[in-house]
Design a protein around this ligand. Structure first.
Ligand code: COA
Ligand code: AMP
Length: 637
């Protein structure tokens, strides 16, 4: 058997033996004797009686092993024109001291801490400080509006909120304090304290229960690591589901640490001392796993980049960083390369830099579309690896695995299942689909270490969202197929989740926001194709009687409403007012038909439709508004 097949089969046939071996990759305070067990819902739990501390494994341990003077973080912030190198020893001191400061504020093991920060070293410090105390962090992405922050504060009920005075976005200072104040005013939960890191770009006035980061730290003594059980939660990370309420994905400690340590070698082909550059944000799972935790667990240096792929100052920023820090592996979303390609199609910026240190390029967050794959493949001398994963899994489900056995790449495919993930494609009846047959992509239980262990405070939702559709399998929500060689092709979501610029968003949540406007009788939000961002949301709205005049005003109000409620990251910029929406006789809006119309595809009229002429009306409105490729659509059949 070839190395990949051998490793993969061992991981599926003998998961306990396989993961017991991988568990040796991390330093334990008490090594586990139980490798795999099941909770009362029959969900896998890994390393339940082992004890460790993730901050110890990533920082204290490496300093003890002689990596103290190696760079842990290269902070590169073109938006503030700052570059800083922070060694493992320096980072450990900063983390231990901030952990001491949190302790002074009463934070203990199991308490939640919400972190609302941009891409600055203090964000990493705050995350590790929580891990050091056994507190559970929940990082919220800076592009979310107060309402979203409020929902997360309400759900996680943090003892402390840690924030910065501002983010810097598209050349503008975005003050965070007003966002936090509005969020706290909307949330019934009141944290004991809010710690704010004041950045030079934006000062703040401190109110009661608000503390200046620097003052707190200057008065704090370093805190020791608190031992936690393997199954104790490390963090909650909220992600979009099909409804307005985001899901708090719970990640355990030891399973995650072992999975990340394994992936650093098997997938990212990195050795301790190498440099990993992941251009994402600490607010997303990619940032948690491969900016903050994975690289440092493995003794690598990580690049923390505060900027965009383009216009900071030009389309050469990524290439500059690869040269400057001698980056070994680089990871970002395909949309970032589409932005670079749009700005610099001939890649002339690349000619200025020596990127010979780079061995592999990785992309995820959305499907790597074949044109972008070919552009990159022609441009670079290194393998371009598309790999597929989700907030829920915490690390890749399918990938090319150069650390085990490099495989030929196929455009549009995330290559093969990663060891530990028993990936299958099921048809509607729950039967295994054959090669090239598209169906629901599922993962047979037990899920490997690192995957979600629950939805915070909502065990029922964990079951209904992921486990109920096909008993014994985790439902990924993605559709796809295997080809004859066992390559996996992920073709897109099968639910109401869309992917905009590598960010996961819920159309259901947007519909709730639109439906809350007093003038809206009915609405549907669909994702339409966009060359740069992959997908963009579009709202189709039927106004109530009496609100049909001035559709432009209503459209503008609805766009503003989504931006103010969900945030600019929703990229919600198009609304069409229509008289009717195509529905079934039982009143269900035919969303797939709407998506196909917007994408210029031929549509068939289902026999269950209530009023076939509504399709023509909507199509006409889409063409007038130049939505997607609607004007290319052939006449409706
Ligand atoms: N704080 C406040 N606002 C933010 C923000 C933040 N942290 N991040 C984004 N926004 C705003 C943007 O300024 C933009 O506002 P606008 O509507 O006023 O223009 C809006 O949210 C949409 O942002 P985005 O979709 O990111 O568009 P963009 O034009 O700024 O950038 C890309 C486009 C492709 C360059 C960018 O999305 C990108 O680099 N994506 C990579 C995706 C990624 O990291 N995915 C994680 C998984 S790997
Ligand atoms: P998130 O949880 O935000 O990381 O989004 C996860 C979703 O993004 C997946 O369910 C997929 O729909 C999509 N996705 C992520 N990576 C890929 C990929 N490499 N190929 C196809 N879709 C992807």
């Amino acid at each position: 058997m070839r190395p990949y097949q051998q490793t993969y089969h061992q991981s599926i046939d003998q998961p306990e033996a396989f993961w017991a071996e991988q568990a040796r990759r991390i330093p334990w305070l008490t090594p586990p004797t139980t490798i795999l067990s099941y909770d009362d819902q029959q969900h896998a739990r890994w390393f339940s009686d082992g004890e460790m501390n993730l901050c110890h494994a990533a920082l204290d341990y490496h300093v003890e092993q002689g990596r103290g003077e190696q760079a842990a973080i290269y902070w590169d912030s073109p938006v503030t024109q700052t570059q800083q190198t922070i060694t493992y020893r320096q980072l450990l001191v900063r983390v231990a001291t901030f952990a001491g400061a949190l302790q002074q504020l009463g934070v203990e093991k199991g308490d939640r801490v919400v972190i609302y920060m941009p891409m600055i070293p203090e964000a990493v410090v705050a995350m590790y400080a929580c891990a050091r105390l056994g507190a559970i962090h929940s990082v919220v992405f800076g592009g979310f509006a107060p309402h979203e922050l409020a929902a997360r504060i309400e759900d996680a009920a943090p003892k402390v909120v840690v924030a910065a005075s501002c983010g810097i976005e598209a050349g503008k200072v975005v003050p965070y304090k007003p966002i936090i104040e509005q969020a706290l005013a909307q949330s019934p939960h009141r944290p004991d304290a809010c710690v704010i890191k004041v950045r030079p770009e934006c000062t703040v006035e401190f109110n009661e229960r608000e503390y200046d980061w620097e003052t707190l730290v200057s008065q704090a003594s370093p805190a020791e690591c608190v031992a936690v059980k393997g199954t104790d939660p490390l963090y909650i990370l909220y992600t979009s589901g099909t409804t307005g309420k985001p899901k708090g994905i719970v990640r355990d400690t030891a399973g995650y640490a072992v999975a990340l340590a394994y992936s650093m070698e098997a997938i990212y082909a990195l050795a301790p001392g190498d440099v990993f550059f992941t251009a994402s944000d600490v607010g997303w799972v990619v940032g948690h796993s491969y900016i903050v935790y994975g690289p440092l667990l493995h003794g690598c240096s990580t690049v923390l980049y505060e900027g965009k792929p383009v216009k900071t100052p030009d389309a050469g920023s990524f290439w500059r960083i690869i040269e400057q820090y001698r980056v070994t592996s680089f990871f970002t979303a395909p949309t970032a390369f589409r932005a670079i390609k749009k700005e610099d199609p001939e890649a002339t910026c690349l000619e200025r830099y020596d990127i010979s240190s780079l061995k592999h390029l990785y992309v995820a967050g959305e499907r790597l579309d074949p044109p972008t794959y070919h552009w990159l493949d022609d441009l670079l001398d290194v393998p371009v690896i598309d790999h597929w994963w989700q907030t829920e899994t915490g690390w890749p489900i399918a990938a090319n695995l150069p650390g085990i056995e490099p495989m030929p790449t196929k455009a549009g495919s995330a290559t093969v299942p990663v060891p530990g993930f028993n990936v299958q494609v099921l048809d509607r009846n729950g039967e295994q689909a054959g090669p090239l047959e598209q169906g629901s992509v599922v993962i047979k239980q037990p899920m490997p270490p690192g995957c979600l262990t629950g939805v915070w405070g909502d065990p029922q939702r964990f079951h209904s969202a992921y486990m109920a559709a096909f008993p014994g399998y985790y439902l990924t929500g993605d559709g796809g197929y295997f080809d004859e060689q066992g390559y996996l092709f992920i073709m897109g979501r099968t639910d109401d989740v869309i992917n905009v610029a590598g960010h996961r968003l819920s159309t259901g949540e947007m519909e709730e926001v639109l439906g809350g406007h007093p003038a809206v009788a009915e609405c549907a939000v669909i994702g339409i194709h966009d060359d740069l961002k992959g997908q963009l949301p579009v709202g189709l709205v039927i106004p109530k009687d009496g609100y049909r005049e001035a559709p432009e005003t209503l459209e503008a109000e609805l766009i503003a409403r989504v931006r103010e409620t969900i945030g600019p990251i929703a990229c919600f910029k198009q609304v069409i007012v229509v008289d009717r929406l195509p529905k079934t006789r039982s009143g269900k809006i035919l969303r797939k038909l709407l998506r196909n119309l917007a994408d210029g595809q031929e549509v068939g009229i289902p026999s269950t439709i209530d009023d076939p002429t509504s399709v023509d009306d909507v199509h006409r409105a889409m063409c007038e508004h130049q939505i997607g490729s609607a004007n290319k659509a052939p006449p409706v059949i």
